[in-house]
Each structure stands twice: as structure tokens, then as C-alpha cells.
Design a protein around this ligand. Structure first.
Ligand code: FE2
Length: 430
């Protein structure tokens, strides 16, 4: 048989070693040991990890790479970031938004990040960012699955035209209904916005993804309303709550009631570790709260949890590099998820789990899945996180679309059992 691509001797995220992956016609045709046949391109993985692509289920592509425009966020706080974005918005042009977004997409491809859900602010009456990102979505479709969320950054009720603009954005082709209940004027307005936005999604058959409870206030409980509305309107499996940082500060008894409600409603959770750890806890002295939502506890209730990047070089966050392994690493540390088993799960938080939230068709490394994958310079998923491993090859539709030379000196455990004593190995290349 003739294949477009044959990857030999790979380790898979589930731990299987010595696996070959054969691709043809944009799909995976075989995943087994010792595949024979001709291939237009053969890659010898040398026992390294091959993973499905990274997936970022929470991002703001309309703001990315705008760092310093029109000025820096001097305090580093969420509220100054929102104010700064308000100053930048009238200055945005279609061309500038597209240019920055496409530049980010180039970087994302090189990082093996091939699916992104981005929120797009709909509070500017021109809907200029919506138009620009819809164009970007079409342009990059051969490389990246891009989903757009209609996001009323200044509040669905608090911003005068947000309701009208959100509907316009959905009419233009934006995929998902967003919201920001903690930014409405009152808790009651926030809860009302959650109900109204879920009704819009139910009427139009759309998914929902809301910035819920991005605050340190333990009384910010819009995720409870979101779970309730999901049940009421039959939206199970189509709804995600993003951030959920207030849960970090909530009373434990209340959380013991809340988590089963979220699980029952099939609502997924998206934490944004890099942003949560820097934006939350800003009013604390010591001890300072971390602000990240309760990831292990949600996991143990069967709630699907993903980690998002949220921001890269924008009014809220000066750092970032489209590296979902950096996101995973921060989430792992903040949540104390350092057991071997938990670290493997964290890799899923930037791959399989967000893929389920986005409803990506054909995602994975099974026969019949899309031939999209990443070869990493790492022995396994834990090492990939530890090293923020290089993406040696990024494959889309069975074609290599990005390659990076291997790093010569690493602390890789490649070829060694993963239980090796860390004091007993020689760094590769030394
Ligand atoms: Fe966000």
C-alpha cells in the first residue's frame, strides 16, 4: 500500500511505544507496529512522542500581539487591561487585526497548535474585529480550526449596544455565544445575562462559552446559573464556563453542592492558568490566593476540564508564546498536580479535553481520525511538559507543515525507563 506519510517508532500519549502511524488522503489509515508499504514521506520518530495537535479552547485573537498599543498596562490588573482595551478599540483597523492574528497563527502552527477557540469583542459597533477574524478563519482553515465566540467584553447589559451587536455577529457567522456575567453592574444583571444568552444559543442551536466568575469574590456564582440554564434549556454537552476563578475562594461546603450541578449539566470548565495566577489575588496581602479554579476536584466529579492560553502579548498579559505546554506546566504547578497520573492528565487538558469542548471531528490518533499530529522531542507526555519540548514536525492532513531541528543538549529521558532515578542519567548530547 502507498501512503502519503509514514511515521515510524513513535510513543503515543497513552504510553504505547514502537508504534507506526500511516496516513493517506488526509486520514490515519493504520496505527500499529511494523507497518510496511511505500510512503511519499517517512519520518523516523526514534521513540519520541507523537501527539494529536495542541488545542487552545480559550483565546482572544482580536487583541493578541497588540502589546504597548496605545500604552502599556502599568498595573498589570484585569481592570486596567479592560480599560486599556477600551482605549485601543477605536484605533483598530481591519488590516491591523488581520495582520496580528495571522502572525499569531503562523506561530501557533509552528507550536503544533492547530485548533483555537477565540472570543471576539462585539461591543464596538463597527464589528470590525468580527469581520477581520471571520476572514482570518477562512484564510487559515487549511491549517487551523478556528472557532469564534461572540464576546460582549463590556457587558451584555452594561454596554448599550451589546445585545444588538451580539445578534449581528451571530448573523455574520460567529459560531458560539459568549458572555461576561461578573462584569455586569449587579449579580442580578449577571444572572439575567446568563439566562438571556443561553436562550439565544438554544434558539439558534449554538454552543455557549462564558467568562464566568473571573474574580476573587467567593459570592460570584454565575457558574451555578450557567449549569442551571444549561439544564433548563437542554444544552447539555454544548456549554463551557471559562475561568471560574471565584471557585478558588468559595466555601468548601458550597463547592460540594456546586460541582455535582456542573457535572449533571455536562458543562465543561476552561481554566487559564497563566492569566489566572497573575490576575487573581491582586487585592490579597499574604497568603495570596492563586485564583485557579478547582481542577482536580472537578476532574474527580467527571467534569471535562481544559486549560487555555487566554492572552499573548495584549492589554492583559505581556508574555506568552502560543506554547500550550507552557500553559500545561503552569496549570500543573498551580493545582499541585504532580502525581505521575495527574501530570499525564494535564497533557490531556491541552489536547483531548479541549478538543471535546470544541467538538472537533476526527481528532485523535485512531484509525480514521484526521492525519493531524505533532512529533515532539520528548520521551512521553510528562517530559513534553517538563521540557516545553520542541515540535520537531507538525503534520496537517498528512502533510508536514512545520519542522524544527532537534535541540542538541537536553535533559531528556529518551530511551530510558520513565521510572529512572533522576540522579542517574546523562543528558543527551553531553
Ligand atoms: Fe478570556
Amino acid at each position: 500500500m502507498t501512503f502519503d506519510l509514514l511515521i515510524q517508532n513513535a510513543t503515543l500519549p497513552d504510553g504505547r511505544k514502537g508504534m507506526d502511524i500511516a496516513c493517506a488522503g488526509g486520514r490515519i489509515k493504520a496505527v500499529e507496529r511494523g507497518i510496511t508499504g511505500d510512503a511519499a514521506r517517512v519520518i523516523e520518530a526514534e521513540g519520541r512522542l507523537v501527539s494529536p495537535p495542541f488545542v487552545d479552547s480559550h483565546f482572544h485573537m482580536d487583541a493578541t500581539l497588540s502589546l504597548g498599543l496605545p500604552r502599556m498596562n502599568e498595573s498589570g490588573t484585569l481592570l486596567e487591561g479592560i480599560a486599556l482595551w477600551g482605549e485601543l478599540k477605536p484605533l483598530l483597523t481591519h488590516e491591523a487585526v488581520m495582520e496580528r492574528a495571522l502572525r499569531y497563527c503562523d506561530l501557533a502552527v509552528s507550536q503544533g497548535l492547530l485548533a483555537i477557540r477565540t472570543h471576539v469583542d462585539i461591543c464596538d459597533d463597527r464589528l470590525l474585529a468580527v469581520e477581520a477574524l471571520l476572514e482570518v478563519k477562512n484564510r487559515i482553515a487549511p491549517y487551523i480550526d478556528l472557532q469564534l465566540v461572540a464576546f460582549p467584553q463590556d457587558g451584555f447589559y452594561r454596554s448599550p449596544n451589546a445585545e444588538k451587536n451580539l445578534l449581528r455577529a451571530l448573523d455574520m457567522g460567529v459560531d458560539i455565544v459568549g458572555g461576561i456575567p461578573p462584569f455586569e453592574r449587579t449579580m442580578a444583571d449577571g444572572a439575567k445575562s446568563v439566562a438571556a444568552l443561553c436562550e439565544i444559543a438554544a434558539e439558534r442551536g449554538l454552543m455557549v462559552d462564558m467568562h464566568c466568575d473571573e474574580t476573587d469574590d467567593p459570592m460570584s456564582r454565575h457558574i451555578e446559573t450557567l449549569a442551571c440554564e444549561t439544564q433548563r434549556l437542554g444544552l447539555q454537552g454544548r456549554v463551557a464556563g471559562s475561568h471560574l476563578t471565584s471557585m478558588h475562594s468559595m466555601d468548601n461546603y458550597y463547592v460540594s453542592k456546586l460541582l455535582p450541578l456542573i457535572a449533571e449539566a455536562g458543562v465543561a470548565a476552561i481554566a487559564n492558568p497563566l492569566i489566572n495566577i497573575t490576575i487573581q489575588g491582586r487585592h490579597d496581602t499574604y497568603p495570596k490566593r492563586r485564583g485557579q479554579t478547582r481542577v482536580p476536584e472537578m476532574r474527580s466529579q467527571g467534569i471535562n476540564v481544559a486549560f487555555g492560553h487566554d492572552c499573548v502579548m495584549d492589554p492583559w498579559y505581556s508574555l506568552g508564546n502560543a506554547d500550550m505546554l507552557e500553559v500545561a506546566s503552569m496549570g500543573l504547578h498551580v493545582a499541585h498536580m504532580t502525581s505521575r497520573e495527574a501530570m499525564r492528565y494535564v497533557f490531556d487538558c491541552v489536547t483531548a479535553n479541549p478538543a471535546r469542548i470544541m467538538g472537533l471531528e476526527g481528532y485523535g490518533l485512531e484509525v480514521g481520525c484526521k492525519a493531524d499530529m505533532v512529533l515532539l522531542q520528548a520521551a512521553d507526555t510528562i517530559e513534553a511538559i517538563r521540557l516545553k519540548a520542541r515540535r520537531l514536525a507538525v503534520v496537517k492532513s498528512g502533510r508536514v507543515i512545520s519542522e524544527t531541528p532537534a535541540q542538541v543538549a537536553t535533559l531528556s529521558l529518551e530511551g530510558r525507563p520513565e521510572t529512572v532515578d533522576p540522579a542517574d542519567y546523562t543528558p543527551a548530547g553531553s
